[in-house]
Design a protein around this ligand. Structure first.
Ligand code: S3P
Length: 432
């Protein structure tokens, strides 16, 4: 369906399974001896690549009646892969698996597509080398990552200086086959699904937080127990529909079964501050993760807001769609400290700025801060969107058609398959 400025968002919406939890569910059940069962796994390309890699490393994974059944190997028992491990577009897949492999006595080459081959890996591999693994990177920075892992990894303490769940999780996965106590200090704003799932699987892990940092202690003296998981709906995918509903007065959307983890829902706080009419209902906790349903009943236009740099990690993947909200909100919005956006699937900071400009919205980048001059007039649109095959840029600027006089032109939208294969099906269902 073509979407345009006359359309609204309606209906009862079920977001697809959470991408971060889907990756972790395959990796961690792949390290648990016995039968695990996963339902509502996100069948996006990123997660499917992790599944294939876990199979190459020895986990038995099959699909039966829509559910995935996994029989894992104990930590340290990964098979020597027979071929190079291909992660496609997925930074989460390659970084987390680099961690897992580094403490196994195997050799592996981890590679990805054109976009992944330009993303920084040293932020992960510098930590992993310290346990004794030999690791080589292309141009000392990028994939392919060549790893010769160690079976007797050294237990260490880590102080992570970049707020990144991928760096933390890579270290945590290397700790699964490390004898002794592994300690990690990191920013508490990063997503904590690896911690939550390890706890749900009976692992020996302690987590403490103060106002800024999280402190994790892991000891591999208890086995990972197999588990039955129902993956909650992905807030990062739901954000496209939730933001669209808040953007367009007259929209009414009910969101069911969405992950409601505080490290993931910064965007809800931002939208509420902008005047988004979002009610949270039916909060519950399953397998150490919070879930909720939402009710959006938007009557008024949004107003501008400021996102502080320390608030970015809890909405890092939602900045592109929030930039569309800001462009249709009264006043100047400032999203501060977006440096990490420059090393995502594309340089998202630059692409947001360029595409907003092309569709008729004034924005500036000042020292990694994005200033967006919004108002509630329709934008001229008709822009040829530059997306470099970045799924979240494609989906954000597709949603932007709701506030444009002329539709934007987006050539090749196939990258949405990495995180949200049912995006257009959901557009057809919820945009009237
Ligand atoms: C993810 C962590 C985030 C996020 C990515 C998924 C994860 O990256 O942008 O889409 O599942 O751990 P960083 O941790 O590198 O910020």
């Amino acid at each position: 369906m073509a979407i345009n400025s006359k359309k609204l968002i309606k209906g009862i919406y079920y977001p697809p399974g959470d991408k971060s939890i889907s990756h972790r569910s395959l990796i961690l059940t792949g390290q648990a001896v016995g039968r695990s069962e996963i339902s509502n796994l996100l069948e996006g390309e990123d997660v499917m690549n992790t599944l294939l890699v876990m199979r190459d490393l020895g986990a038995q994974i099959t699909k039966k009646n829509g559910k995935y059944i996994i029989f894992g190997l104990p930590p340290g028992a990964l098979f020597q892969p027979k071929k190079q491990l291909d992660f496609g577009n997925s930074g989460t897949g390659i970084r987390l698996l680099a961690g897992l492999i580094s403490s196994n006595n195997i050799k592996a080459t981890l590679k990805g597509d054109k976009s992944l081959s330009k993303r920084p890996m040293k932020r992960v591999t510098d930590h992993l080398k310290r346990i004794g693994a030999s690791i080589e990177l292309n141009k000392d920075s990028f994939p392919p990552i060549k790893i010769k892992g160690v079976g007797d990894a050294i237990p260490l303490s880590y102080d992570i200086k970049i707020p990144s769940a991928q760096i933390k999780s890579a270290i945590m996965l290397s700790a699964l086959n490390t004898n002794g106590i592994v300690k990690i200090k990191e920013f508490k704003s990063t997503r904590d699904h690896t911690e939550n799932m390890l706890k749900a699987m009976g692992y020996n892990i302690k987590v403490k937080e103060n106002s800024k940092y999280r402190f994790i202690e892991m000891k591999n003296d208890k086995d990972l127990k197999p588990i039955k998981l129902n993956i909650p709906g992905d807030p990062s995918s739901a954000a496209f529909f939730i933001t669209a509903a808040c953007l367009k007065p007259g929209s009414k959307l009910i969101v069911k079964n969405m992950l409601f983890n505080k490290t993931r829902i910064g965007f809800l706080k931002t939208l509420k501050k902008m005047g988004g009419d979002i009610q949270i209902t039916n909060q519950r906790r399953v397998n150490n993760e919070f879930l909720a349903d939402l009710k959006i009943n938007q009557k008024k236009h949004l107003k501008s807001t400021i996102i502080k740099s320390e608030e970015v990690p809890t909405q890092v993947d939602e900045i592109p769609i929030l930039s569309i909200a800001a462009s249709y909100a009264r006043g100047v919005s400032i999203f501060k400290g977006l440096e990490e956006l420059t090393v995502k699937e594309s340089n998202r900071l630059l692409l947001i700025h360029q595409n907003l400009k092309a569709m008729g919205v004034k924005s500036e980048i000042i020292d990694f801060d994005l200033h967006i001059h919004g108002d509630t007039n329709l934008k001229k649109g008709g822009a040829s969107i530059i997306h470099h095959h970045d799924h979240r840029i494609v989906m954000s600027f597709y949603i932007a058609n709701l506030i444009c006089e002329k539709p934007n032109k987006i050539k090749d939208k196939s990258s949405i398959k990495t995180s949200y294969p049912s995006f257009f099906k959901h557009i057809n269902k919820h945009i009237y």
